[in-house]
Design a protein around this ligand. Structure first.
Ligand code: CTP
Length: 399
């Protein structure tokens, strides 16, 4: 059985001469047993006809955002939910620009913006357009959002020029998709646990001790693991974040609850401890609100170190245990000490004193310390892209 059998691919065809090659993409995908639904943009329609697309895909073709007939049958949200992945081929400079700004003025851009699926882009344009700084910056943004770019290639162009900008050949595009689906299929056997966010250690019913963690990096790692096929449980302290479809979300408040839920959800193949767990809790939580005229002296006791406990557990330790280190100084020394003392396989360290990365930012820069190999720096990038990079490393380690 081919890996693409019964997989659902949403193909978006934009307006460029390479649109004729999209017909070959449909043919190859169908030959491998995939279901292919297509959206053709307004300009795409100038290069190929809906009739040829519908004949090859054997599905209705979607054209306009406000098409009452298709909205009744399948609205733009369901269309993006229906797919296992989205492929934009050819992806024009215009569509790339729109996506990088989150513009959604037609069906194609609306579906992509509303999607939580992996998006592949096969750009095709004139070499000058491809090389233009604006286009390159837009692409960089899309890569940071986690979009995967296939090509383009160098060669003769329809406009008579020569250079980079030719759409990658359909068989290579289909190969890339096959490789991605295969990877997800192989990863289905893996189970992952991710802890994320801060914890709340209550003093009385209305007050608690917490920290500045937003939970973003952990949520992105859980998203990327799920998208890559892992059965993922996210044990999260209080955050304002939305969770991706398909993740088993367990909400907790205190470190103790996080610890209990982590134990309950083991065994797993990999555990990523990204939560900023409070090191202390209140010894005796006041059951009533403490009045301000009371003299208080908070008595604290240590919380269990979840990472250290699991890492040293005889039977429950996952094959791969990854900790984080939030540091303001002596990053290398502190991280290596944590790697050793907590007996984990990797420590991902970040400098939380730098406001442009870390806790509240959407960006991060980390240094990974490994038990058995030399450390490496992953330069500043979006937390989404960084999560993808970390997950790629997890996958190659587990396989
Ligand atoms: N961690 C944990 N349970 C705790 C404390 C920390 O699981 N009670 C985990 C974190 O999720 C992270 C790693 O340990 O993966 C390091 O956390 P960090 O806050 O950087 O360090 P601490 O161990 O708390 O030490 P310190 O505060 O002294 O830096």
């Amino acid at each position: 059985m081919n890996i693409l059998e019964n997989k659902k691919i949403l193909l978006i065809i934009c307006g460029g001469i390479a649109a004729y090659k999209s017909l070959e993409i449909i043919r190859l995908l169908k030959k491998k047993g995939a279901f292919v639904k297509c959206i053709i943009t307004k300009n795409g329609k100038k290069f190929i006809t809906p009739l040829s697309v519908t004949s090859l895909s054997q599905e209705k073709v979607y054209l306009d955002l406000f098409d009452y007939e298709s909205e009744a049958e399948m609205d733009h949200i369901s269309l993006s939910r229906w797919s296992d992945l989205i492929l934009i081929a050819p992806a024009t400079a215009n569509t790339i620009a729109k996506l990088s700004y989150g513009k959604s003025d037609d069906l194609a851009s609306t579906v992509i913006l509303a999607s939580n699926k992996k998006v592949f882009l096969a750009p095709a344009m004139n070499v000058r357009m491809w090389e233009h700084k604006a286009n390159q910056e837009n692409l960089e943004k899309l890569k940071n959002y986690g979009y995967k770019i296939i090509g383009p290639e160098i060669g003769d162009m329809a406009c008579g020029e020569y250079g980079e900008g030719k759409m990658t050949e359909p068989n290579i595009i289909v190969n890339e998709i096959e490789k991605y689906i295969k990877k997800i299929f192989t990863n289905k056997k893996f189970k992952a646990i991710v802890t994320a966010g801060p914890t709340h250690e209550y003093i009385d019913p209305v007050r608690y001790i917490t920290n500045k963690s937003s939970g973003k990096q952990g949520y992105e790692i859980a998203r990327s693991l799920t998208l890559n096929g892992f059965e993922t449980t996210l044990i999260s302290g209080p955050t304002n974040l939305e969770v991706e479809e398909g993740i088993n979300l367990i909400k907790v408040s205190s470190a103790e609850e996080m610890f209990n839920q982590t134990i309950n959800n083991l065994p797993a193949d990999v555990a990523v401890f990204s939560a900023a767990v409070s090191d202390w809790k209140i010894k005796n939580i006041n059951q009533k609100k403490i009045k301000k005229n009371t003299d208080i002296n908070l008595s604290l006791e240590k919380n269990v170190d979840i990472l250290k406990h699991i890492s040293n557990h005889n039977s429950l330790r996952p094959k791969l245990v990854i900790g984080f280190a939030a540091e303001t100084n002596d990053i290398d020394l502190n991280s290596k000490t944590k790697l050793h003392e907590k007996n984990c396989d990797w420590i991902i360290a970040n400098d939380v004193s730098d406001k442009s990365i870390g806790f509240e930012s959407d960006f991060n820069e980390v240094k990974i310390f490994y038990k058995n190999k030399k450390d490496e720096i992953i330069p500043k990038m979006s937390k989404a892209l960084l999560a993808d990079k970390i997950v790629e490393k997890i996958i190659s380690k587990l396989n």
